[in-house]
Write a protein that binds this ligand. Structure first.
Ligand code: C5P
Length: 401
């Protein structure tokens, strides 16, 4: 259902310590079905070998204008012609200055100057180099020229200092590149969604939670952002990296999640309830840690939590509403019953034992037109297919209104 499978990109690596992260970046771009062709500057080869990148990308690595493998000796033109985008990661301060001034004194800079595709740059340098007015002028000029700048992040640097200038992590760059390449089927659409588990307090230190990792929900948030949506993500406790571009509200309990959803629901075009919301909470959590008693019996009284998904779907003018169903058996029947009872437009059904906490997932999508099964795949891929289906159904529903 997605079409980024056909996307080829040039990954340009320049000479900074962060070049070691380029190896990981090739893998993470590969996870997103992006075909990576690597071009390196001479200085980059001092930090990481072309052989490593050739092995990881599965393609020859180019470093030289006069590479005999390009039949017409026009490497600087040929290499970008069938590519969707050139990504420079890491981009040194010097390389950015070259881009600004249109220098063309090696293969990568010449390739950038002669390109007929967009350019994405992920800077990496010492914090003082980054903060220097010359670099800042160059960044501003590149943005004016239509170049997309990713990062940099703030944190520990290879030089031992701390501050702005760290290259974004490989996963963040790969997500941003995938988002850049994805079809914009949800451009201008506001998606409100929940993800992760909830945590229902028992006392000051204990609580009831579940094994949901947030992986599926965060992957859907990334896919929706990639499809051009504005995403508000209400998340229970999760250690997943925050999807770049999402407006994140962190919550713990189902009650907090409900409040956050109520606050944003009016402005949402689509609601996706991915969170594994606890059905029950402790009626009166103890403010202090409960002490063990002599008879060592403890009874907790549980009361039902509000059903967030059913509440959203029950509004007078509800957004296009998508729910998840995790079942351990009778998947299709139980999921369809849930879809009708909660009055949601689409249910994504998965077997709990296959899905919760796993990296892969196998889902079926149930809507008024019937059941569509998707093959087992990494959650990132499944997420893109789910978002593509949501976009199709959302547009069709909007036309009917
Ligand atoms: O009824 P069940 O919990 O199986 O329904 C799952 C779906 O309902 C998921 O989309 C989940 O996010 C949502 N849900 C909710 N609030 C609850 C319970 C479930 O939004 N209290």
């Amino acid at each position: 259902m997605t079409d980024i499978k056909s996307k080829k990109v040039v990954l340009g690596i320049t000479g900074g310590v962060a070049a070691y992260k380029a190896a990981e970046l090739v893998r993470r771009l590969g996870d997103q079905a992006i075909d990576v062709h690597v071009v390196m500057t001479e200085a980059a080869c001092g930090f990481i070998t072309p052989a490593t990148l050739q092995a990881l990308s599965g393609h020859p690595v180019y470093t030289d204008m006069w590479d005999a493998r390009i039949p017409n000796s026009m490497a600087h033109i040929e290499l970008s012609r069938d590519k969707a985008v050139i990504v420079i990661a890491p981009a040194t301060a010097d390389f950015m200055a070259k881009l600004v001034h249109g220098h063309a004194d090696d293969l990568l800079s010449t390739l950038c100057l002669a390109r007929d595709c967009p350019l994405i740059v992920a800077p990496a340098m010492n914090r003082q180099m980054w903060e220097n007015p010359a670099t800042q002028r160059n960044v501003a000029q590149l943005e004016k020229d239509g170049v997309t700048i990713l990062g940099p992040a703030s944190g520990d640097q290879a030089c031992g200092e701390t501050g702005n200038g760290r290259m974004l992590e490989a996963q963040e760059i790969a997500d941003a590149v995938a988002a850049f390449l994805a079809p914009k089927s949800l451009a201008g659409v506001h998606v409100l969604m929940t993800a992760g588990p909830t945590f229902e307090p028992i006392d000051a230190v204990r609580g009831i939670t579940n094994r949901s990792s947030g992986k599926m929900g965060y992957a859907i948030a990334r896919a929706a952002i990639g499809a051009g949506a504005k995403v508000t993500l209400v998340s229970g406790p999760s250690s997943q990296p925050i999807p770049a571009g999402a407006a994140l509200t962190r919550v713990e309990s189902a009650a907090d999640m409900f409040e956050a959803v109520k606050k944003h629901a009016k402005h949402a075009d689509i609601f996706i309830g991915v969170a594994a919301v606890a059905d029950y909470r402790v009626e009166t959590p103890s403010e202090h840690k409960i002490k063990k008693t002599d008879d060592s019996q403890l009874t907790l009284r549980l009361v039902p939590n509000p059903d967030i998904l059913a509440w959203v779907a029950g509004q007078k003018q509800p957004p296009f509403t998508v729910g998840f169903a995790a079942e351990s058996r009778n998947l299709e029947n139980y999921a369809d019953e849930k879809r009708r009872r909660k009055k949601v437009n689409l249910i994504v059904a998965n077997l709990a034992q296959n899905a919760i906490g796993a990296d892969d997932n196998e889902v079926m999508l149930l809507d008024d037109s019937g059941t569509h099964k998707l093959p087992r795949a990494p959650k990132e891929t499944v997420a893109k297919d789910i978002v593509a289906r949501i976009a199709t159904l959302y547009r069709a529903a909007k036309k009917r209104r």
